[in-house]
Design a protein around this ligand. Sequence first.
Ligand code: 5AD
Ligand code: SF4
Length: 345
Amino acid sequence: MMTRNELIERLGAPLGDLADDRELYDEAVELRNRTVGPKVYLRGLIELSNRCRKNCLYCGIRSGNSAVERYELTDEQVMAAAEYAWRSGYGSVVIQAGERTDREFVERIERLVGRIKSESNGELGITLSLGEQSRETYRRWFAVGAHRYLLRIEASSPELYGRIHPADHSYDRRLEALRALRDEGYQVGTGVMIGLPYQQIADLADDLLFFRSLDIDMCGMGPYIEFPGTPLAEVPSAFSREERLQLALRMIALLRLLMPDINIASTTALHALHPQGRELGIAAGANVMMPNLTPAVVRGNYKLYDNKPLQDMDLRGFDVALDNVWGDSRHFAARRSAASTERSR
Ligand code: 5AD
Ligand code: SF4
């Protein structure tokens, strides 16, 4: 069992050469292969809309950015992307959008989730990534067939969270939403950005311990990348882009060692910093990739950070799980069966 000090020591080792971390990556990959297996699970990413009511200080589609053209996919575009995922044998789709809580939006998601469920004969898994919502909304979306939810804590330190968000955003509300998702029955995923201004090595160690204490099922973490024009882009980070990439890979590997049976995504932001970024993530212990299925005509508008890759990924060379395997987190299954044994006693 790794202690906080050990985590700090491993994260804080000199940065500069990825080859120095080879042993750590190999250990993580070996453990991954023994627990969740060597396969890479695919989630087709559908970026439904870049409208957002939030104004996070780091994000390219924050409400305060009037330079970005706002778009919304039509139902037909969403269904076509979902069908593509299903026909290609992907286990599931992720529907992601900026945060909106108005009734029209909540009802639209409910309708779309229901349609994807029925039109794929219940075979396509549905993950939502739609921000903080009320318990009631989470319940409604779960009832029509969504079963996983991604909501990053962004920074598990309340103080750091406060520095990268406007004053009316709330760390406690975010935590409360994560708890509500768990209570409503979702597999819960969270994550953080790595290399943020003000962030220190000890914060990253604490992020890993936070994931473990929350007993999460999935994790998506990626390097922070400045988006020009956002308030946070004016503040220097302690880490260069190369260092953030290396730190992100260390975080993936260490999380695999801490929580062997969860699903860990190799995120697009890794690719934005390195042409082989996603491959490096898999080679450091991740087991999920999210090919972008958003129609190309609007893809350029969903830019959370600078240099976000727009092209499709090349899947040659990966041992991908096809044939509509959901690839549910083993961790979730283990917790569920423990709970039902508990109940039947
Ligand atoms: N750099 C890296 N990741 C970012 N995100 C938003 N802005 C940035 C950025 N500048 C991430 C956040 C959010 C996810 C959808 O994208 O972690 O949860
Ligand atoms: Fe909106 Fe998410 Fe960007 Fe924050 S990070 S502004 S909630 S899209």
